[in-house]
Design a protein around this ligand. Structure first.
Ligand code: XMP
Length: 308
């Protein structure tokens, strides 16, 4: 019978056998897959694994601190604050696909720069079953990855056969906190796909502050258990509002809450009105740059889950 403990013991043995005394690196994002993978391989090869956490400056409020605090004493862990570099590369860019490309490329650059200091032979990846099944098996189980500088790493995927619910069970068995195990999916390019138009520090921060309120209220109400993702996006539109006895011209924030099983389709469930009102009131009173909050009610399709 499959048990988390049985899987962990076997995976640790396999990783030890494969990597022996060589060095390995992993890009740790704080998502459940890369977190479980990092801790699992850390248990197997100790400090021969270096977990690299690249902060692109597009994370949610408090997220970088949370990831650092969770892993700094548990892993050979490197935190790279590359936010200046990313924001500089994104200056003036408004097209969402271009943002994604720039972030993807920059991420590899930063990761490679750190990895090259380590003399690693292996790259650990948190690939899970749906990742390669959806690509019709195009991602081979044994392959090398050539990085732009010519550095070649052998890829090891210790949780390749698992599904998300199993990864969560393993994470719990490994003692990871609930905030990581049950974290809602968060896109690699981060808030770049939720802040419409050009990215500036100010706009990112407004989105972070509004989003923190959405997460806090949804989680407090328990409604998150019915949702796949719940967040705030910042439009590029300014609208008139009134604060105190003055007219104000501030941002329009959109709150999105969707239910889904696999993100291929998604729907907006009936949301408790009190929850929406509380979120709206808190955002307009606590995030001074926002005058208006609207609720997205479009399913996927035709809308996508993200805004960009
Ligand atoms: P969409 O917006 O396409 O999102 O309905 C479907 C799921 O994928 C996530 N998503 C991304 N994840 N890089 C990622 O790693 C991306 O560029 C990206 N775009 C969307 C999204 O959060 C949702 O769960």
């Amino acid at each position: 019978m499959w048990t988390p403990k049985g899987f962990i013991d076997e995976a640790i043995e396999k990783v030890k056998d494969e990597i022996k005394d060589e060095k390995a690196v992993i890009a740790l994002s704080g998502g459940v897959d890369s977190s479980v993978c990092s801790v699992l391989v850390g248990e197997a090869i100790g400090d021969n694994l270096t977990a690299i956490f690249v902060d692109h400056g597009l994370l949610r409020k408090g997220e970088a601190e949370q990831v650092v605090n969770t892993f700094k004493d548990r892993l050979n862990f490197i935190y790279v604050d590359a936010s200046d570099e990313f924001l500089e590369a994104l200056e003036g860019v408004v097209d969402p696909e271009e943002k994604r490309k720039i972030i993807g490329k920059k991420f590899i650059d930063v990761f490679e720069r750190e990895a090259s200091k380590i003399d690693a032979k292996y790259l650990i990846q948190g690939t899970i079953a749906p990742d390669w099944i959806e690509s019709q098996g195009k991602i081979k189980s044994h392959h090398n990855l050539a990085l732009p500088s010519g550095m070649v790493l052998e890829v090891v995927e210790p949780i390749r056969e698992l599904y998300k619910d199993e990864v969560r069970e393993i994470g719990a068995e490994l003692g990871l906190p609930d905030s990581i195990i049950h974290r809602q999916p968060f896109p690699g390019p981060g808030l770049a796909v939720r802040v419409i138009g050009e990215l500036t520090r100010e706009k990112i921060q407004i989105c972070q502050n509004a989003d923190a309120i959405v997460r806090e209220e949804v989680e407090k109400s328990g409604f998150n258990k019915q949702l796949w993702q719940y967040f705030a996006a910042l439009t590029n539109t300014k609208v008139t509002g009134v604060k105190g006895d003055q007219r104000d011209f501030g941002y329009l924030v959109v709150v999105r809450m969707v239910a889904s099983v696999d993100a291929m389709t998604a729907y907006v469930p009936e949301i408790p009105w009190e929850l929406i009102r509380t979120i709206s009131k808190r955002i307009t009173s606590e995030v001074s740059e926002v005058t208006h909050v609207s609720l997205s009610i479009s399913d996927k399709p035709p809308a996508t889950i993200e805004f960009a």
